[in-house]
Design a protein around this ligand. Structure first.
Ligand code: G6P
Length: 431
């Protein structure tokens, strides 16, 4: 990926960061890079994620999915980091295999999918690093039962990705299911480029080698200066802007196929950096759609936002047909791609003209190679930002708190967190 931070400079935007400040920050970037390289070299928890392009074995993933390679549909059962990386990849790319991601436990929605899909030609991809996440295990039990009720042997159609031990590992062993290991030392939200994110891509027939090659190329750019490394430029700029008041980061890809990447980014940014009363709030937006809903706020609301655009240089195109309506004649000379590009450029310029900081992240096109680069680049940006903030990027204690409270409420053990539910302060206004 390439990154253009020109519209985040103090000469353009407020908040903005001056070139001199970035140069001073670059000394901290160099120190952070050294720390990151050391963590990678020693395989330390979290830093190990940045080694995935070399560690992940595409042959192993393809072998595991071989029994279901002809599936018409794939249900991925997983949540958070065990779903969003896979969804980012498969939603971005074309495939004949329909993909469904059961991350939510909304009963109506889950039932609708299970009633609609051709279960006899559907595969199940169960993913949970811990193997204990209530939503994932509950959904899997429901999916299993639906297959049994339809007379389909789910054990023939299920692939499991989980840790070395835990309830899901036990289940995979008991039923002799093809299984893969969630990589050691890699938190879920950093594991898109492992079996966690790539089983779904393999079932859909995507090019796993190209995904990893794109990531590896991005890895090659990691260096001790933000001016030489797009990922670090992004991480350092967002950190600097947050410190100057841009506490919100609206991720706005200009490609429908990249919409899920903003969701993936939101988890990465929020769970990794949101701690010790620090962190930047990620917001999901989509170009051009959200030009017609959120843009007013971004250009004229509080000066607390950075907008991150993700654009592609190339994409398939479609001409806009001529019309005899005079006022619309100008459209007839263009394509939908021209319109998308013009809208992006106009929006970017409109924010800059209003002094609102924005950053452009450029991909050549949406394909496996570029996606691998985007996923890796944003992960590296996040790890760098975590170093600059001085937070523990790779933990998520606040999420664990609610997980324990939920478990306690459902009778899954004694958790003091569950007691807090009963002590809620009320001020009810009833109809
Ligand atoms: O993969 P799992 O263990 O099922 O975890 C799934 C998700 O659970 C929690 O919500 C964590 O905060 C996430 O980081 C994680 O991705």
């Amino acid at each position: 990926m390439n990154v253009d931070i020109g519209n985040a400079l103090a000469s353009v935007a407020s908040p903005g960061v001056s070139r001199e400040s970035l140069e001073r920050l670059d000394e901290q970037v160099a120190a952070a890079h050294e720390r990151i390289e050391r963590g990678m070299a020693n395989g330390e928890h979290g830093y190990e994620a940045l080694n995935l392009p070399e560690r992940t074995d595409p042959d192993e993933i393809r072998a595991a999915v071989e029994p279901v390679a002809d599936a018409d549909a794939l249900i991925t059962v997983g949540i958070g980091g065990s779903s969003l990386g896979a969804a980012t990849i498969t939603n971005a790319l074309q495939s004949d295999t329909e993909t469904v991601f059961l991350d939510n436990v909304d009963p109506e929605w889950v039932s609708t999918h299970l009633e609609r899909l051709p279960l006899e030609s559907t595969a199940i991809n169960v993913v949970s690093r811990s193997g204990t996440t209530a939503e994932t295990l509950a959904n899997f039990l429901v999916v299993r039962e639906a297959f049994e009720s339809a007379g389909v042997d789910w054990t023939e159609r299920t692939i499991v990705t989980t840790g070395e031990s835990g309830p899901l590992r036990d289940l995979a062993n008991r039923h002799d299911l093809p299984s893969l290991k969630a990589p050691d030392g890699v938190p879920g939200r950093f594991s898109a480029l492992s079996a966690v994110g790539m089983v779904a891509a393999a079932v859909c027939g995507h090019d796993l080698e190209a995904l990893l090659a794109g990531a590896a190329a991005e890895r090659e750019t990691l260096s001790d200066s933000l001016f030489d490394c797009p990922a670090y430029a992004y991480g350092a700029t967002t950190y600097a802007l947050d410190g100057r008041g841009a506490g919100v980061n609206a991720m706005m890809p200009y490609a429908e196929s990249l919409e899920t990447s903003a969701e993936w980014f939101a988890q990465l940014w929020a769970e990794s950096l949101g701690k010790d009363d620090l962190g930047q709030t990620p917001v999901r937006a989509l170009g051009v759609t959200d030009q017609h809903s959120q843009l007013q706020l971004y250009r004229a609301g509080p000066r607390d936002k950075l907008v991150t655009f993700v654009t592609t240089r190339e994409s398939a195109d479609r001409p806009i047909p001529d019309t005899d309506v005079e006022d619309l004649a100008y459209l007839g000379d263009s394509t939908l791609g021209d319109l998308l590009k013009a809208e992006f450029e106009a929006t970017e310029a409109s924010l800059a003209a209003a002094g609102r900081p924005n950053v452009r992240v450029e991909l050549e096109r949406v394909d496996e190679y570029e996606l691998g680069g985007l996923l890796y680049g944003m992960e590296a940006a996040c790890v760098l930002a975590g170093e600059l903030y001085g937070v523990n990027t790779f933990e998520q204690p606040a999420v664990e708190w609610a997980k324990k409270a939920t478990r306690g409420l459902l009778g899954g053990g004694q958790f003091e967190e569950a007691d807090a539910v009963a002590t809620k302060t009320e001020l009810r206004i009833e109809r």
